[in-house]
Design a protein around this ligand. Sequence first.
Ligand SMILES: [Zn+2]
Ligand SMILES: [Zn+2]
Length: 350
Amino acid sequence: MTAKMMNAAVMNQPLDIELRQVPIPVPEDDEALVKVYCIGICGSDVHYYEHGRIGRYVVEKPIILGHELAGQVVSVGAAVTNVAAGDRVAVEPGVTCGRCEHCKSGRYNLCPDVVFMATPPVDGAWAEYVTVRSDFLFKLPDSMSYEEGALLEPLSVGMHAMIRGKVGPADRLLITGLGPIGLLAVQAARIYGVNEIYATDIVPFRQQLALEMGVTAVLNPLTEDVQARLEELTGGQGIDVVVETSGNGKAVASTVSTVKRGGRVVLVGMPAVSEVPVDINTLIDAELDVYGLFRYANTYPAAIQALSRPGIDIEKVITHKYDLKDTREAVEMARTQKDTSIKIMIYPNM
Ligand SMILES: [Zn+2]
Ligand SMILES: [Zn+2]
């Protein structure tokens, strides 16, 4: 029997993506076949497209990228009970072993055996269909769009930052960097009940978007004395938690002096170099808590609950939309127009 075919955007090698016919995957017993309606372009996809590698993950053969998606269940394997054909779902793109120490303790984002979409050699979902283990599918309420479903992935990073930083309504927050992750961290902070949210970025378009998304004030670290301004804006109370998303070395180093004594720092953005000079004496003297962050765990159900009631608009980060056949153009836009694009969406089943 010949396999049924579908369109997929295949990256043959860096800077070379083409639309190709590939077999439609067949779900295993514990998997569902999902028709992909909306899938985002992530910074990591762009990085693989440009450089062919991220750290120890190297693109060695043609790969389908993309891991921020939502769609509709088409069929399910014999053992699947939590979703059925016709369900609209968000896809959590990392399937974990469920057996290791980290999985069992609930920190499954640290699972050494995770199979994560669009991380070589694992294919992602810039394609018409994808198969996913069904426990990583989350039903979307009718009130939620496929766009929101796809954005749950980058929003999850922001949600996880709030959990790592033990953020609550009493906290004054600073988010450094207003790319997709920073902007969605703003929305995550609002979900966690934060009222005073400050942010820094140097790009006017991003600053404006952050203000529209509910940030209290945006500062430009190149033209303003951020620390003095924050002192003034918070009436001398200071910043309880800094969430660093830019990956800029200077921004990372400045977190220990921007946060107040006894405060918390959550490091999300990965600097291009692994060594960044940080004032350790300040860190010790001020009893700071510093948290690393890797992806997220158990955030989808909470995010779906939080977005089910109106008030938090995450779709504002979407700046461009493309058909699957124009994936190369879409990724080029993401690569070259960083100052005017935030989140770019691809629609494999227009
Ligand atoms: Zn992503
Ligand atoms: Zn595991």
